[in-house]
Design a protein around this ligand. Structure first.
Ligand SMILES: Cc1ncc(C[n+]2csc(CCOP(=O)(O)OP(=O)(O)O)c2C)c(N)n1
Length: 696
């Protein structure tokens, strides 16, 4: 909090007008964008960044900086203009708004060099990530001390408020009494296509109060009220704060007749000129020169220069405080460094004992038990399924977060998969903490928007999805994932903005592969990792002659696919993952015995990893021109690429059904003899396919 005196107030208002003017100019030049909301929110972001947000202009990635999470990404011109005034973007960057390869894309993209904490755009997710960051901050402060405490600010608009996820955030933040979380609601009564009064009659103040929030209502275009509200929020010790700022959409906009062009839905999502306002008159009204609106006013620059120097001073003092602490606590300081670098813990993976023939969710639970002792900077969460998805393995040596006590590492998220998943993105974005969350695979549907954003941002969140197939059994088709593996593997086929695989998806076949999969997950910092685990017990895959099963699994899983039953010159290659691998091993034996055909069985833990191997390895495993059949409990499409044009995939092309899983296996053909029969049929088909190809 940097105090300003009355004599600075004129410069403060000028800075807000400057943001408005730059916003108008950017959107006009780009011929697209969202000026109205940004113009209304300018006053708040101006005061937040200059007076309240603690950050270091010379070290934007300073781990103890306050965080700011923007929810309405469409208000990017507001953020970019503020960042330009702060010197983190240039005026040329603003002129390049929404252009190819610019630093000012249509919606902000995460960049710690420019203090953009989150990629925003899907309304509702930005403020939820803020909650995740606030949780990470409390988790770290509980371990290292309050010297490293910081605030997390979130900015939400009508759209984010209307998204259901806002309820999840309000519930969790209020329940945990997260007073370091301060949210500003830009309430301008207007949204994209309508007035808010057309869609809601909510009493937002009452809603948040009922969730134990400190709620403050202000005029969001009045600097004194904004300053006072933020001061009260910063001093609040028991509850998160919601500041509801009533603002004016398109503040400062003027029409052709010189009259106000404010409070118009039309200014939400197009250049002001397109909405019918007079751009030159608006720029003049905001104190600028219509001939050159890409300007930072000298008095604004001077004011900010003063404020930024004070921020530097503050950061220096905080860093000195940290250095003092480090001197007195060298061991803890080492740990702090290692957390911040996300150094991998020393785990002797091969020595982790797994019980024989267990469900892979149980094997995962055992690994999480190891993590609870070895990975001190991990937060695990479950959407009220901890004792079923077995994330409660982590609770072996940890405990759940409670108001005022973040010494544990487990977030009971309640039944709110989307909120949980976005909170995980926030935790991962904060830095210093591994983020893991679990639920049933079928409910990953509720997490899709968060997964996509984690993949896009390259955040290394780990998803524990148990109950991975129809073998859930009696709970029936609502609880039985079928198309889900294909859905998540679509992200495995895409690259993120850094050109890396956007998601790693691992479906281990047995306990040893589960250990190996968790090792890969922990080591994957390129983006999220999905782990698909069985509800039912699975048979252990036999170790190769002279080898230990874990060694086989670790080496093989790391390559994405590997042989679990081998032979020279196979007459058939069978590919599967998860529980279907063992069925294929049994089917291979039937085919060999009854038909004298040698079968190679491959466990394909991750198609993405496999694709990344060299051609030599891939063709050694799946020789070109050989018959290849894949077998999956998901949609056949999941293996379409891997089996190649002459291959075949046997899968499920229907929703599941409610019955004991053994019955479902019979009914759906998930037994070794049925797989063997289909494979033999396919070998016949393959022959005639080859004949047809030859005759082309
Ligand atoms: C999840 C999601 N749904 C829809 C949109 C499209 N969209 C962008 S802004 C907006 C309305 C937002 O209104 P408000 O939050 O009040 O912003 P303002 O009009 O004040 O700029 C919508 C529907 C989106 N970005 N994200």
């Amino acid at each position: 909090m940097i105090p300003v005196s009355e004599k600075d107030f004129a410069a403060v208002d000028r800075a807000a007008d400057n943001i408005r003017m730059l916003t108008v100019a950017m959107v006009e030049k780009a011929k697209s964008g969202h000026p109205g909301g940004a113009m209304g929110g300018a006053d708040f972001i101006n005061i937040l960044y200059s007076e309240f947000l603690n950050w270091d202009p010379d070290d934007t990635a300073w781990p103890n900086r306050d965080r700011f999470y923007l929810d309405p990404g469409h208000m990017s011109p507001m953020l970019y203009s503020e960042l330009a005034i702060c010197g983190l973007l240039s005026l040329d960057d603003l002129k390049n708004f929404r252009q190819w390869d610019s630093r000012t894309p249509g919606h902000p993209e995460r960049s710690d060099r420019r203090m953009i904490e989150n990629t925003s755009g899907p309304l509702g997710q930005g403020h939820t990530m803020g909650l995740g960051a606030a949780i990470a901050e409390r988790f770290l402060a509980a371990r290292f001390g309050e010297w490293m405490a910081h605030k997390t600010y979130a900015y939400i608009s009508d759209g984010g408020m209307q998204e259901e996820i806002s309820s999840g955030v309000a519930r969790i933040a209020g329940h945990l009494g997260l007073s370091s979380f301060i949210m500003y609601f830009d309430s301008n009564d207007i949204q994209l296509s309508s007035f808010t009064s057309d869609v809601t009659s909510e009493d937002t103040e009452a809603r948040y109060k009922s969730w134990n929030w400190n709620v403050i209502k202000i005029d969001g275009n009045d600097q004194r009220q904004i300053r006072k509200a933020l001061t009260d929020a910063v001093n609040e010790k028991e509850r998160p704060t919601l500041i509801i700022g009533k603002t004016v959409m398109g503040k400062g906009a003027v029409g052709k007749d010189g009259a106000s062009f404010e409070r118009k839905v039309s200014t939400h999502g197009q250049p002001l000129s397109g909405a019918g306002a007079d751009v030159d008159a608006t720029v003049k009204n905001l104190g600028g020169d219509p001939a050159n609106p890409f300007v930072i006013f000298p008095d604004v620059a001077e004011h900010y220069s003063k404020m930024l120097d004070k921020k530097r001073e503050h950061a220096r003092a905080k860093k000195a405080e940290q250095a003092e602490w480090a001197k007195k606590n060298p061991e803890l300081a080492k740990k702090f460094e290692s957390f911040m670098k996300m150094e991998l813990p020393d785990i002797d993976w091969a020595s982790i004992e797994q019980k024989p023939n267990i469900a892979t969710r149980s094997a995962s639970g055992a690994i999480l038990g190891v993590f609870s002792q070895k990975v001190e900077n991990m937060i695990v969460s479950s959407a009220d399924l901890a004792n079923s998805d077995m994330t409660d393995g982590f609770l072996k040596s940890s405990k759940i977060f409670r108001k005022g006590d973040f010494s544990g590492g487990f977030l009971q998220a309640g039944v709110s998969e989307l909120t949980m998943a976005v909170v995980m993105n926030g935790i991962a974005s904060h830095g210093g903490v591994f983020a893991v969350c679990g639920t049933f695979f079928t409910f990953s549907d509720y997490m899709k928007p968060a997964m996509r954003m984690a993949a896009l941002m390259g955040l290394p969140v780990k998803y524990v999805w148990s109950h991975d197939t129809f073998r859930v059994g009696e709970d029936g088709p609502t609880h039985q994932p079928v198309e889900h593996e294909l859905q998540v593997r679509l992200l495995e086929k895409m690259n993120n903005l850094r050109g890396l695989r956007s998601m790693l998806v691992l479906r281990p076949a047995d306990a040893a592969e589960t250990t190996a999969a968790w090792k890969l997950a922990l080591e994957n910092f390129n983006g999220p990792t999905a782990l698909l685990f069985s509800r039912q017990a699975v048979n252990d895959i036999p170790a190769k002659a002279g080898s230990a099963r874990f060694a086989d699994a670790a080496d093989g899983a790391g390559r994405g696919a590997y042989t679990v039953v081998d032979c020279d010159d196979p007459g058939l290659v069978l590919i599967a993952n998860g529980a279907e691998v063992f069925t294929c091993i049994e089917a291979a034996e039937i085919i060999r015995k009854d038909h004298g055909i040698n079968v190679r069985v491959i466990s394909a833990v991750s198609e993405g990893l496999f694709k990344g191997q060299g051609r030599e390895y891939r063709e050694k495993l799946i020789p070109f021109g050989k018959p290849v059949m894949a077998f999956t409990a998901g949609l056949p499409l999941v293996y379409a690429q891997m089996v190649g044009p002459l291959g075949k995939v046997v899968g499920l092309e229907r929703f599941g059904a409610s019955a004991p899983f053994k019955v479902l296996e019979q009914k759906f053909g998930y037994t070794a003899d049925k797989v063997a029969a289909q494979a033999v049929d396919y070998l016949g088909e393959f022959k005639s396919l080859v004949e047809r190809v030859k005759s082309l």
